[in-house]
Design a binder for this molecule. Structure first.
Ligand SMILES: Nc1ncnc2c1ncn2[C@@H]1O[C@H](COP(=O)(O)OP(=O)(O)OP(=O)(O)O)[C@@H](O)[C@H]1O
Length: 237
């Protein structure tokens, strides 16, 4: 099995403050991985570093053997917050932008996503509710045929029926060898699709476990295991 994400001795500071320290992480191709950790643990920062959006780190980060930023951007689909777009821009223009910039963007896939998420392309970005905006963000991210998807808390404002639909579509539409790293505070909702979890605590990877191992060795569900790790009553790696 090949690796899709390899991080060695990663150290990252922001304004002199250590955010991530001595992070080592290997994720195999094809896996759906839950990135868990409390507020401020460093999940978004880690995703931004993997995606090549955050720079100025020490150590090595390679994605499908690529370590150059431009190459990483071409193979990583990151659920970006669309903050770079003018708020008066219509959704259809944003979709055209994605088509132009990302050669792996699939209009067909987007149309299916937009259909079931009921995204209205005539609306302007500023007219979207929080949940609709999140639907658009995840719709755009999943419409690329990428090798690695980084979905950063994609469901915060999305209603529960749509969440279920999106979670089911993630399994159906994921290209076989593609890897998905997904952070979410509602662990129980995504638990059924996860192959493994990575827990960020104390500025580093505190534990990495397959769901099978958690079930067999610890006799627990992911949520139970995660809570115990955070409370300090479960042994970590
Ligand atoms: N622009 C910034 N300048 C300084 N510190 C920052 C900046 N952005 C994030 N941080 C700090 O980096 C740490 C990690 O933040 P990050 O957003 O990666 O956490 P997170 O795990 O994604 O949290 P959440 O679950 O709340 O989204 C926090 O201590 C945060 O205060």
């Amino acid at each position: 099995m090949t690796n899709s994400i390899e991080i060695k001795n990663l150290n990252y500071r922001k304004n002199m403050k250590p955010i991530l320290s001595n992070v080592n992480l290997t994720i195999a191709s094809g896996k759906i991985v839950g990135l868990l950790g409390e507020n401020g643990a460093g999940k978004t920062t880690l995703m931004r570093l993997i995606a090549g959006v955050a720079k100025g780190y020490q150590g090595q980060i390679s994605v499908v053997d690529e370590s150059k930023i431009a190459a990483k951007k071409a193979i990583v689909s990151f659920s970006e917050q669309l903050s770079g777009f003018n708020q008066n821009m219509k959704i259809e223009r944003i979709v055209r932008f994605y088509e132009d910039v990302y050669p792996d963007f699939s209009e067909d896939k987007y149309n299916q996503m937009a259909g079931f998420l009921q995204i209205n392309e005539d609306q302007k970005l500023s007219q979207l509710s929080k949940g609709m905006r999140e639907k658009l963000i995840i719709g755009l991210a999943l419409s690329r045929r990428a090798k690695v998807y980084l979905l950063d808390e994609p469901f915060g404002g999305i209603d529960s029926m749509s969440r279920k639909k999106i979670i089911n579509s993630i399994i159906r539409w994921k290209p076989d060898n593609a890897t998905i790293l997904i952070s979410d505070h509602y662990v129980s909702e995504i638990a059924s699709v996860l192959d493994e979890i990575v827990i960020i605590k104390d500025k580093t990877v505190f534990a990495q476990k397959s769901t099978e191992e958690i079930r067999e060795k610890f006799g627990e569900g992911i949520e139970e295991y995660y809570e115990k790790v955070y409370e300090g009553t479960e042994l970590h790696d």
